[in-house]
Write a protein that binds this ligand. Structure first.
Ligand SMILES: Nc1ncnc2c1ncn2[C@@H]1O[C@H](COP(=O)(O)OP(=O)(O)OP(=O)(O)O)[C@@H](O)[C@H]1O
Ligand SMILES: [Mg+2]
Length: 165
């Protein structure tokens, strides 16, 4: 979890590669109407997000029922969004990629071919609801390298890398 450009896709793919968890991009579960809004730079209302979050929870739950664990790249900025995701599989862990707006803004500026305009970063930062005391969310600093973030997530969540039994 984290704001746009915080490294969710990068780190989630890295966790998947290191552990064998099945990766999915949460943005890929948006209905076409939401994608159009995001392309136009219109922040989504919560009313747009509930069906999407329920879809994500359902996807994780279905995989879990097959004995498959998953890792999602999903902003999950609000407590209420995370609570919908928690209604999916038997257990859900979160990793917050947290850090300075300057670092993230600079990375966003370098990235091309992505439908989330950098102008949405401010609204995402304003929307982010940091972990509440009962949430037990692993918070990592985006200033770390992707390799270090993946290693910290794998060890912090107690996920065994492939090949270690
Ligand atoms: N720890 C890091 N150090 C340096 N660069 C990084 C790091 N993590 C991600 N990046 C780079 O920053 C950019 C944003 O990363 P990424 O696309 O993974 O973020 P995201 O959170 O998935 O964004 P979005 O919410 O828009 O999908 C990419 O160009 C990526 O290569
Ligand atoms: Mg992403």
């Amino acid at each position: 979890m984290g704001v746009s450009g915080s490294g969710k896709t990068t780190v989630a793919e890295g966790i998947s590669a290191a552990t064998g968890l099945t990766f999915a991009e949460a943005d890929g579960f948006h209905p076409p109407s939401n994608v159009e809004l995001m392309r136009a730079g219109v922040p989504l209302e919560d009313a747009h997000r509930w069906p999407w979050l329920r879809e994500l929870a359902g996807w994780m739950a279905e995989r879990a029922a097959e004995g498959v664990s998953t890792v999602l790249a999903c902003s999950a900025l609000k407590r209420s969004y995370r609570d919908v995701l928690r209604q999916g599989p038997p257990s859900v862990d979160f990793v917050l990629l947290d850090g300075s707006a300057e670092v993230i803004r600079e990375r966003m500026g370098r990235r091309s071919g992505h439908y989330m305009p950098a102008s949405l970063l401010d609204s995402q930062i304003a929307t982010l609801e940091r972990p509440q005391p009962d949430e037990r969310i692993l918070t990592l600093d985006v200033a770390l390298t992707p390799e270090n973030l993946v290693a910290a997530a794998v060890s912090g969540l107690g996920l065994l890398p492939d090949g270690t039994g």
